[in-house]
Ligand binder design. Structure first.
Ligand SMILES: [Zn+2]
Ligand SMILES: [Zn+2]
Length: 330
């Protein structure tokens, strides 16, 4: 089979390798759609945890090609998506319902081979039946799960005024979930005009093209969906006194930024983060299958596996019209 392998930071190629054998508790999945995520870019650029070499790809859907002997819920031909974070279910954090902080954490596409390949294996407990959902929508089960976890932590209240910084695919998912939670006015900020304008289709109220135009001390909640340090450093300014700030975007590891803790104190802010998800996959599938959240409309490009690096580079350049880039390995 063909697989895209990152050998070390900034070195990637597509190679021919054997199709993996599923273990007794695993499925072998033929990957039909595999989304490029900011995390894949961080892995490619050496800005994220995890070992090399690695086959990336943790947002994917596909067809069950084979099942291990102890698998009971799936059979070949089933359509599935994968929750890539695999918890041991037997450590202190797992036993306290904090599976996202599992002490023996493994992740498909981070610590074990991922979905930027024609086939991938995953434990049965990490696989979810997507029914009639398209493979494009199915590839959003994972990022939407992460958004749901973060937005549940944030706890948007009825008629809240929200600012979302970053109108990429994640910003547009956050926007839709904030509306479902009852937010009244949602301002979306992105210096990339075409991206900001595209967010109107998902319910953005006001658009802003520069943080300098955003009112200070105004929003009930400010959500960063960029992970960019110059943006994160300013998030505290826009929250109202007593408001909340959610740092959702993944920042580069090992880098710091200037913030004034006095602002957090004086404004009585709640500053939150969100790491992966905790059992949000069925919620995500229900929202996608009922159309309460639209995901496939966020796809701007569908590319063969050989174009994986080009896909990464066009996201990095912020080319007009680039939103979610899906790789179609088969
Ligand atoms: Zn991701
Ligand atoms: Zn654990």
């Amino acid at each position: 089979m063909k697989a895209a392998k990152i050998h070390q930071p900034n070195h990637l190629d597509t190679l021919e390798i054997p199709i993996p054998e599923p273990a007794a508790n695993e499925l072998l999945i033929q990957v039909m759609a595999s989304g490029i995520c900011g995390t894949d870019i961080h892995i490619f650029r050496g800005e994220y945890l995890g070992p090399y070499p690695v086959i990336p790809g943790h947002e994917f859907s596909g067809l069950v090609a084979a099942v291990g002997q102890s698998v009971t819920r799936f059979k070949p031909g089933d359509r599935v998506a994968v929750e890539p974070n695999i918890a041991c279910d037997n450590c202190y954090n797992c036993l306290n319902n904090r599976q996202n902080f599992c002490l023996n954490w493994q992740a498909v596409g981070v610590t074990r081979p991922g979905g930027m390949a024609q086939y991938v294996t995953a434990p049965e407990k990490a696989c979810f039946d997507i029914g009639d959902l398209s493979f494009e929508d199915g590839a959003f089960m994972e990022p939407l799960s992460c958004v749901l976890h973060g937005m549940q932590r944030l706890g948007v209240e009825l008629a809240d005024k929200i600012a979302i910084l970053g109108a990429g695919p994640i910003g547009c998912l956050i926007l839709q979930v904030a509306r479902l939670q009852g937010a009244a006015q949602i301002t979306v900020v992105d210096k990339n005009r075409s991206r900001a304008e595209a967010s109107q289709a998902f319910g953005a109220g006001r658009l802003c093209f520069s943080l300098d135009d955003l009112p200070k001390d105004h929003y009930d909640a400010v959500i960063d969906a960029t992970g960019a340090l110059p943006v994160l450093a300013r998030t505290l300014d826009f929250a109202r006194p007593g408001g909340k700030v959610l740092w959702f975007g993944v920042p580069p590891s090992g880098q710091s930024m200037p913030i004034e803790p006095f602002t957090v104190f004086r404004k009585g802010l709640t500053v939150l983060s969100s790491f992966t998800s905790v059992r949000n996959s069925t919620q995500a599938l229900d929202l996608l299958s009922t159309g309460r959240v639209s995901a496939a409309k966020l796809v701007s490009h569908q590319l063969p596996l050989e174009e994986f690096q080009n896909g990464i580079e066009s996201i990095e350049r912020g080319e007009p019209g680039v939103m979610k880039v899906l790789i179609r390995p088969n």
